[in-house]
Design a protein around this ligand. Structure first.
Ligand code: ARG
Length: 571
């Protein structure tokens, strides 16, 4: 692809300016008002060196570069050189490049193969995979794909919550009130009912809590009976999580969760002791973080069992040693901000300066219109039900719209699930939001179905192209000067920016930057579609317009893929 800024900088370059091409490139601005041109070059800085008024310098430059092919018009306004890009040269270039790169368009290699870990989803075993988990799962998957698209080697980790005192409770409840048949039939719902029952009963009989603690201690000591039950819970839970991951088309390279670190903790606790970081407090072992304005990090409980934070410290050290990551990205709710600050501080105090490369990427809460959720009370909305519901509702809407396709079920699945994913990635991740069916499934709003529908519309236009026309498009044999409307130019400009937008979204861990850009592209395409008659008689004009449709379709489907959303050909 032509790098416009670089090309402009090369054109402006002149020894007399006393600037390198790279300096010029860095000085080029994009005017806020399109009427002032696509690019502007300010000349204030040159006045001193050239001993001339900046207006004069701008006028000279404008005069000198005005006839370059890439410009339609160059004007001097005060101290600025305002440049208007030659629309059809630009459009032709963009369209050819997108078509040549196809599914690769948007990808760059800025990451240079360096390793980045993205940790996401990380649900707790034996607890429901509820709507609250969708955020980490979907945002994490998009961040993985953004880093993959910018040339990093990405390791995807699911840090399963498969360890901790709650397993003591679960085992006690299972032994008292449980049976295997229920567990086989509906693992998590059954396990959840045990968990709820345990809390109800423990309110009446606090000795149950002691029993649970002892049971967990036996589990930690590797007692076979407790281990066996724990493995059963883990296995059944994972099978259920995997059903949801399959629906979302999400996978992981590692499921090394909390339990994986149980045998790695003693050495790390010893290291903290050797580094004189541990102090005793009411029988527990803690790292004092008061000097840093935080409550202490509890490393070992008074009964010697480890904590969530201890396991995170062990996991970070293990990952650094195993993967030598450039960055380790944790996609975890903002409620855990303090937890992350604490254990990262402990790593810092241990002398591991790379803790700075452990990046907590927080996100806000999702609530339901009906009210909030609580695992303890058993009031919970399962993610799987939400996804199934989205698919069923989409099918209804499509039938209402008289969708006539043999692949209705398949498409309803892609659209329904895509809608839920897209909604997740639409808002700034840090914002809390309320899940609303009306908003998710709206085909006209700034939604997944709207963007997918735009893609299907482009596909449908292209079904009118003849093989000869498609061949010309693929060979780059077309000339965009046949497309005169402004809407084509706006669309081409948005498509041109995709690689840059992807990099920006990756750097900021903010998939919504790409989601918003994608909505802009869809809106811009629809404007083009309404403004222009595409299937005209003039063959050269028709091929040029169809080529832009191919580029738009490719752009939309590549961006959707990065967000983890499918691009149906028909809707
Ligand atoms: N299992 C935890 C939860 O559901 C999330 C784990 C986050 N990751 C971490 N490394 N602490 O709340």
């Amino acid at each position: 692809m032509i790098n416009l800024k670089e090309l402009i900088a090369q054109t402006i370059y002149d020894e007399a300016l006393g600037l390198e091409i790279a300096d010029i490139e860095a000085m080029i601005e994009i005017p806020g008002d399109e009427k002032m041109g696509d690019y502007a070059f300010p000349c204030f800085r040159l006045a001193k060196v050239m001993r001339k008024a900046p207006q004069m310098i701008a006028a000279d430059i404008a005069e000198r570069i005005g006839s370059a092919e890439i410009f339609e018009k160059v004007e001097q306004v005060n101290a600025y050189v305002n440049m208007f890009i030659n629309k059809s040269v630009f459009e032709t270039e963009v369209i050819r490049e997108v078509i040549a790169q196809g599914a690769e368009y948007g990808r760059t290699d800025v990451g240079n193969g360096k390793t980045v870990i993205v940790e996401y989803s990380s649900p707790n075993i034996a607890k429901p995979f509820h709507i609250g988990h969708i955020r980490s799962t979907v945002i994490g998957n998009a961040i993985y794909k953004l880093y993959d698209a910018t040339g990093y080697n990405v390791v995807r980790i699911n840090h399963l919550g498969d360890y901790g005192t709650q397993f003591g409770k679960m085992i006690v409840a299972y032994r008292k009130w449980g049976n295997e048949a229920d567990l086989v039939k509906e693992p998590i719902k059954t396990l959840l009912s045990y968990y709820t029952k345990f809390h109800e009963e423990a309110e009446k009989d606090p000795s149950l809590d002691d029993e649970a603690r002892e049971t967990f201690a036996r589990l930690e000591a590797g007692e076979p009976e407790e281990m066996q039950l724990w493995e059963k819970f883990r296995e059944y839970s994972l099978a259920e999580f995997n059903r949801v991951y399959d629906m979302l088309d999400i996978s992981f390279d590692s499921y090394a969760g909390e339990s994986f670190f149980s045998d790695k903790m003693p050495a790390i606790v010893q290291e903290m002791r050797d580094k004189e970081l541990l102090v005793e407090s009411q029988g527990a072992h803690i790292v004092d973080l008061e000097p840093y304005g935080m409550t202490p990090a509890v490393i070992l409980k008074s009964d010697g069992s480890s904590l969530y934070a201890t396991r995170d410290i062990a996991a970070a050290i293990y990952r650094k040693n195993t993967y030598d990551f450039e960055k380790c990205i944790y996609v975890v709710a903002s409620q855990q901000n303090l937890h992350f600050k604490q254990w990262k501080k402990v790593l810092d105090l241990m002398g591991y300066k790379w803790e700075e490369d452990c990046i907590h990427v927080p996100f806000g809460l999702v609530s339901l219109e009906e009210g909030t959720m609580s695992t303890r009370k058993g009031r919970v909305v399962f993610l799987e039900d939400v996804l199934n519901n989205a698919v069923a509702k989409t099918k209804e809407i499509m039938l209402e719209k008289n969708a006539d396709t043999p692949e209705l079920d398949e498409i309803a699945k892609e659209v329904g699930i895509g809608a839920v994913i897209f909604q997740e990635l639409s808002n700034n991740r840090i914002k809390d939001y309320v899940f609303s069916w009306d908003k998710v499934l709206n085909f006209d709003g700034e939604t997944g179905p709207y963007v997918q529908y735009t893609h299907a519309r482009a596909s449908s236009v292209l079904r009118n192209a003849t093989p000869e026309e498609l061949a010309r498009i693929n060979e780059g044999d077309f000339d965009a000067s046949y497309i005169t409307g402004d809407s084509a130019y706006s669309l081409a400009k948005l498509i041109y920016r995709i690689p840059e937008v992807i990099q920006d979204a990756a750097e900021k861990y903010e998939p919504s930057i790409l989601t918003r850009h994608l909505v802009d592209i869809a809106q811009s395409f629809n404007k083009f579609y309404h403004d222009e008659h595409i299937l005209v008689d003039n063959e050269d004009e028709k091929v040029a317009k169809l080529a832009l449709v191919v580029a738009a379709k490719t752009a939309i489907s590549n961006c959707l893929a990065i967000l983890g959303v499918k691009s149906p050909e028909r809707m």
